[in-house]
Design a protein around this ligand. Sequence first.
Ligand code: DAK
Length: 255
Amino acid sequence: MESLIFEKADRIGIVRINRPKALNALNRQVIDELESLLDVLEGDETLSVLIIGSDEHFAAGADIRSMVRMNPAEAKTFSFSSTLDRIANLDIPTIAAMEGFALGGGMELALACDFRIASKTAKMGLPEINLAIMPGAGGTVRTPRLVGAARAKELILLGETIDAVRAEQIGLINKVVEPNLLMEAAMEWAQKLCQKAPIALKTAKESIGGGLNCATISEAIKLESERWADLFHTADQKEGMMAFIEKRVPIYKGK
Ligand code: DAK
């Protein structure tokens, strides 16, 4: 891998985009390498959390140079959204650790993660409108679900960049931290998530995602009830509750 750096710290995977000269803009190679990495990570049972970050800039968008001459058919087959969907659909929790610019496709990558933690100096937005396009990798779908339609339209139609403090105020990101504490904060959340029962985490993710896609609240509640009951098939549910009763720390097996 040339455009990505991957390392593993115990059960936590950390992937960094590595195209500093282009502010980590996402080109074909980055996406292809992400796809190959996901092939491995999806089958890795020793991985409990994935952190996505980059040094200096999260990602200044999809690579404009590689898109400028694309025709509609090429734009359609540029497997950008499907790659971000694979990230969104990972069984394990994902955290975007954002610093510098997180724009366009870079912001969409962060939106595909379960959590977004940003450095106070990070700048983010969906500026595609300024290139006479619009977000196409989940930006128009995930942003309104997070911040509501009016704020999403503000970001997408005005195409302005906002700072991390504002992003936290409107619910676009989860947490703002001092720049030198970004990775520490992401690791702290990752370590907390490592303590939870993996099947319960996966099922809760599916229930939240599935519920948002239901047309009615009652459909979503039905889905939640089914998934909730499914968890009683797991040994971890017995362990979690027994540990509470016996006043000890649970030891989860992911079963
Ligand atoms: N693409 C390519 N190169 C980029 C880039 C980008 N998105 N962003 C920055 N760079 C490059 C610059 O061209 C420059 O390269 P050199 O000229 O030095 O060779 C270098 O990074 C440093 O950038 P600047 O000189 O511009 O640095 P500044 O600090 O002055 O400005 C900036 C930083 C982030 C404000 C500025 O670079 C900027 O506005 N960048 C573009 C941001 C942007 O518009 N991003 C959205 C791109 S559109 C798809 C779905 C979604 C998408 C694509 C496909 N499908 C479903 C198929 C997503 C589209 C997008 O993300």
